[in-house]
Design a protein. Sequence first.
Length: 503
Amino acid sequence: MKVFVNPLLALTLFGCLFFSCQQPPLEPNPIKVDESKNARIAATNMGWAVPAFSPFTNLFLGDYSGMAVDKATTDVYIVGVIAWPNGVTLKSFGNGVVLNKVGMRDVFLVKYNALGVAQWGKIFGGQLYNDEPKVEVDSNGEVVVSVSYSQTAVVDTGVNGNGATTTLYAYWDVNAYVVKYNSMGSFKFLKHITGNGWVTRTRMTIDPTTNTIYVAGQMKAAPGNSNGFNVFPTTSGNVSYNCTPDNDVFVLKMAPNGDITTVSKIGIAGFDEAVHDMTFEGGALYMVGAFNGATTNIINRIQPAPQAGYNTFVAKIANTLAIALWTKVATQSASFPSPLPQNLSVAVLNDYCYVGGNYNSTNKLASVINPVTQGNDGFILKYNTSSGAVALYTTVSSVGEDYVSDIDIERVNGRICAIGLTEPATGTQKVFLNTMNTAGTVLVNNQFIGTGTLGAAVLRIIATPVAASPIFYVHGYFTNSITLGNVVTQVPTLTNGFVLKVQ
């Protein structure tokens, strides 16, 4: 995932107006900016903020990170990356949770309770790097982490704190693994995803009714090996896929005990940027991602026809992984690679699938060319889950540049939640958090939760189902300084992670 970091951003008013029709409207009304409106959020409304790292020893790399919330207990799980400088061998997350260096670049997993206090942590390392972690929590409160690694990975497989570890060895340098722990941090299973090629950039989601795990990622032939293959050991026998030096995407289905039951290949004609986000709802898998090329085959379906260059897609895939029920091109650009931080996100509520992302003047949005006010704008597309038809859509636009970083659903009240950044010509960068109903009526508007130099591509939001007043958990990273409410955190030169609870 690409990272956008820019020190020049200013206030925005994030509102939206959706237009309802069977086909995309020709000109959506953009969301405007009220430059006179001041940022506002009281420290008492912040709930709690956890700057997950202390000054000078902050080793967080925010472009590869993730967050999950156990909505039954409101425990929060954070994954990220530590690149260890010379002389630094451990990292404290508070409350006695200290993780020790393993390799050059390690992945961490830390659990925080409902009060924002660290409970336990895990470190994953090896000879070179462990990277690109993602995290999910199932309905039993068990946490699942996916990681890519190079050469070796030392994985915590301890039960009840016995300190056991397992070392994995990558075939052709870069492979991936999925590991599961219970809520106390005891090991449940470890699944190695490997083969005669590279496996990397994994994404995950969990079916909340069955706790079935879905994992997608990139696979390609290793350098110098034009006909590599990847082997997936399923419960019905090994499944092998030939790979080229360009990237293909796999998606697999994993039982709660870690057994791989099904795997499919998403064929791409040209370089594939991979899957950006996935969610499971109503018996189907929804994914968003990007690829480069004029033709593609996303499990047998793609429409409308993509153009040569950079395309993003949204797909609804049967839970058997046998066929895409529908696939749509969300944005199209003649240029490659795209200049945007392509952090597409997807969420589903009832009969509609919502996609958040970014585009510019070189893009077609939902197959219609849309002007942008300046530079880059954000968008939210709404698709009918049965047909894939675009039902509504809106743009996020101002005199500056605007980014929708992530979206989620607050289910009790049926609200669409969005988090993002805005960047005018001068001023200070702002992070907005907004909610709207399914008709596009904005319910909470222009709620700024932070200022500073942040990363647009890795702001994450999770909404909990609280009827009276929804709670939002926000995870991101920043450089130099950030203001969360009226609390200022400053860390010279390094990159910092944070977890924020907003109510």
